[in-house]
Design a protein around this ligand. Structure first.
Ligand code: SAM
Ligand code: DTB
Ligand code: SF4
Length: 334
């Protein structure tokens, strides 16, 4: 029987992460089958509701104002436009809708009120509604919760040791504090990271250890492969091999058995076979739609084919949890 624990030592995690890759995958696939239906993969949609012009200096990010990238800056979108997109996402089979804003932190202003309206609207559509808006206070988290927010994404991105080589405008402690505020507001926690930013294996192990040793495991851990964007400091980073993704996903699956492990950015450069290895290793979610926030993602038809070939079925919304106490009905968005 697999035990769920949050007192992992670095040595224990390193031993798992460094085990022979086929053994590692076999173990992860076994744990995956103990806790999840391995045929199910959740289909999620991302939407950038406020794009670019961000004051932070995250060296991977095309939306940081200080780098010159292809990204077209856009102020916060209108509520109607976002709800229309959410409805389209639902109609095309998504069960989770995540709205992203290129903000350092949430401010208590009209834009936040608009985001609260967006959250209210999406939550009545029966999709899991998620936001990623930067740092949050506990009061702001409670407001989002009241509006119907189901999950909040706030990535650790890398290890504490590697953090200041990637970002200088905030600290690891700031990140952990927001995660704590989200948890205290009883919002489902989504937190993961990116590989391929010049970090060591030890950094990857360190990030997984921080996530797995939080007071409660995040319900959701996105594993992103860096999408190198021209104009950012990380534009020339080499592509990560699928075996590195497999090691990350497998280790996350083994040490956080119940968590949704999301195969996130980087799928455009992966073959069907490579993605299959990631699902075998325990990934059980993808982002669908031809755009992530600002960078390309596989076409919907390609993903339909992927699901057919691998005999996967889309996972329902709110599978492991109580549905929010709102009436599910289609709200008029047109
Ligand atoms: N501004 C908010 C924040 O940073 O928390 C929310 C939006 S931010 C774009 C969300 C996440 O996207 C980041 O934490 C990072 O993990 C991921 N991300 C951004 N650019 C990326 C890239 N080029 N490749 C892979 N992941 C990326
Ligand atoms: C996450 O970990 N990955 C998603 C979601 N959380 C918000 C974002 C990926 C962004 C990739 C770069 C872009 O499209 O701008
Ligand atoms: Fe801003 Fe978020 Fe991009 Fe960092 S990752 S530059 S905080 S949008």
């Amino acid at each position: 029987m697999t035990v769920i624990k949050n007192n992992w030592t670095r040595e224990e995690i390193a031993e798992i992460y460094n085990s022979p890759v086929l053994d590692l995958m076999y173990k992860a696939a076994t744990v995956h089958r103990e806790f999840h239906d391995a045929q199910e993969v959740q289909v999620c949609t991302l939407m950038s509701v406020k794009t670019g012009g961000c004051p932070e200096d995250c060296s991977y990010c095309p939306q940081a104002a200080r780098y010159h990238t292809h990204v077209k800056v856009h102020k916060l979108l209108e509520v109607g436009e976002v709800l229309q997109a959410a409805n389209n996402a639902r109609e095309s089979g998504s069960t989770r809708f995540c709205m992203g804003a290129a903000w350092r932190e949430v401010r208590d202003n009209k834009d936040f009120d608009k985001v609260l309206e967006m959250v209210k609207g999406v939550s009545t559509m029966g999709m899991e509604v998620c936001c990623t808006l930067g740092m949050l206070t506990e009061e702001q988290a409670l407001k989002l919760k009241d509006a119907g927010l189901y999950a909040y994404n706030h990535n650790l991105d890398t290890s504490e040791e590697h953090y200041d080589k990637i970002i200088s405008t905030r600290t690891y402690g700031d990140r952990l504090e927001t995660i704590d505020n989200v948890r205290n507001a009883k919002i489902s926690v989504c937190s993961g990271g990116i590989i391929g930013m010049g970090e060591s294996h030890n950094d990857r192990i360190g990030m997984l250890m921080t996530l797995a040793n939080l007071p409660e495991h995040p319900e959701s851990v996105p594993v992103n492969a860096l999408v190198p964007v021209e104009g950012t400091p990380l534009e020339d980073q080499p592509r990560v091999s699928v075996w590195e993704m497999v090691r990350m996903i497998s280790t996350a699956r083994i040490i956080m058995p119940k968590t949704m492990v999301r195969l996130s950015a980087g799928r455009v450069r992966m073959t069907t076979e490579e993605q299959a290895l990631c699902f075998l290793a325990g990934a059980n979610s993808i982002f669908a739609g031809d755009k992530l926030l600002t960078t390309p993602n596989p076409e919907v038809n390609e993903d339909k084919e992927l699901f057919q070939i691998l005999n996967l079925k889309p996972r329902k919304a709110y599978k492991d949890s109580e549905q929010p106490k709102v009436k599910f009905e289609q709200i008029p968005v047109r």
